[in-house]
Design a protein around this ligand. Structure first.
Ligand SMILES: [Fe+2]
Length: 360
């Protein structure tokens, strides 16, 4: 199954008009908004094209991250901040615990899946490294200081802040447009989601997976899990390996066409829509297509680190998440009680971080 590709350009053109309030959308743009909301609801994912995010931007980002992940472990561990729940700086491999390894309810669901849809069952922590970089302005006063910590810059990378901020702001801009289009598609005011995203603890969180050491079919880099944030957006990775699960339970190996960005639904969107959208389950494993890409990279003497250019967009920590508008009347709305977005994030981090949150 191919995910729909939505070109954001026509919507961008209209929304750039001075004083536009979201009304009087041309039918073809309204239809695009419906495709966005429908795809997020039915598949938990969507492909978009944003004329403001070029392939060159993505490559510049991937080149720098490959160079970083190729550094010795001792160097990378200087950017580790376990006291801040790894929410800035580097998270080494072997720290993050996939939800499916600790959540018995999830394990029960996996056992009931047909074999062709079953995820790889992780037996240990994730084998991926990750770098966390805050994007965008933070609130001056917040109850959730550690979720809004100052960034960490590795030595010897003078271009670091500029490249991270540039890629991060482009991805945030793309995800904001998707959030507006989704709101329109769901018959909510166009800023229903974006007004809650302002000063959110948006995170650029590229992962690095060492295919030289772990390039064996079936190796799990990120075990079956959902994302705890609002919407996740990825640029194209140089190595395939991402599997997603549709709402129907079908497992799909994602192919991101050149020039496209991949959007996935996170738990905060599930909350705001009272379960109309469910957080998309996914995993990253070494597949036959990954092995084929490794072979090509070896022949061209390219890096064997699989870097994902991922940005996690969030609802602002001090705002309340609860089903919005007509979603408050939905059949499952009571499963999503109001709580601070930051409080929800802390609960999730406590469950998946080995050395993380000691407060809960
Ligand atoms: Fe994820």
């Amino acid at each position: 199954m191919d995910l729909p590709v939505v070109d954001l350009a026509p919507y961008l053109e209209i929304s750039a008009k001075h004083g536009w309030d979201g009304s009087d959308l041309p039918a073809e743009v309204e239809e695009k908004c419906s495709v966005v909301s429908r795809s997020l609801r039915d598949t938990g994912a969507l492909l978009v094209k944003d004329p403001r995010c070029s392939t060159d931007d993505n490559d510049r980002f991937l080149d720098m991250m490959e160079r970083y992940f190729e550094q010795p472990d001792d160097f990378k561990r200087q950017q580790e901040r376990p006291d801040l729940h790894y929410q800035v700086g580097v998270t080494p491999e072997g720290v993050e615990v996939p939800r499916s390894q600790i959540d018995e309810h999830m394990q029960e669901k996996i056992r009931k899946m047909p074999p062709e849809s079953r995820p790889c069952i992780p037996t240990s922590q994730d084998l991926k490294w990750r770098y966390m970089w805050r994007v965008g302005p933070r609130p001056e006063n917040t109850l959730f200081k550690e979720l809004n910590a100052e960034p960490v810059i590795p030595q010897g990378f003078p271009e670091w802040a500029e490249i991270m901020d540039s890629w991060g702001s482009k991805m945030t801009a793309a995800v904001e447009v998707v959030a507006e289009m989704a709101a329109i598609g769901f018959n909510l005011p166009k800023d229903a989601f974006t007004s809650l995203m302002k000063q959110g603890p948006h995170l650029l969180g590229p992962t690095g997976s060492n295919l030289q050491h772990h390039g064996i079919k079936g190796t799990i880099f990120a075990g079956y899990h959902y994302d705890l944030n609002f919407l996740t957006i990825h640029g194209r990775s140089r190595f395939p390996g991402l599997n997603i699960w549709l709402r129907s339970g079908q497992k799909v190996e994602v192919k991101v066409p050149a020039g496209c960005l991949l959007i996935q639904t996170g738990k905060q969107l599930e909350w705001l829509t009272g379960g109309e959208c469910l957080a998309g389950m996914h995993e990253v494993v070494v597949t036959q297509r990954t092995l084929d890409a490794i072979e090509v990279a070896r022949q061209h003497k390219r890096s064997l680190w699989r870097v994902s250019s991922t940005l996690f967009s969030h609802i602002a920590s001090d705002l309340t998440i609860k089903p919005l508008g007509h979603f408050a009347e939905g059949p499952d709305a009571s499963k999503y009680p109001p709580m601070f977005a930051g409080e929800y994030v802390e609960q999730e981090l406590a469950a998946i971080n080995l050395k993380g949150n000691m407060r809960l």
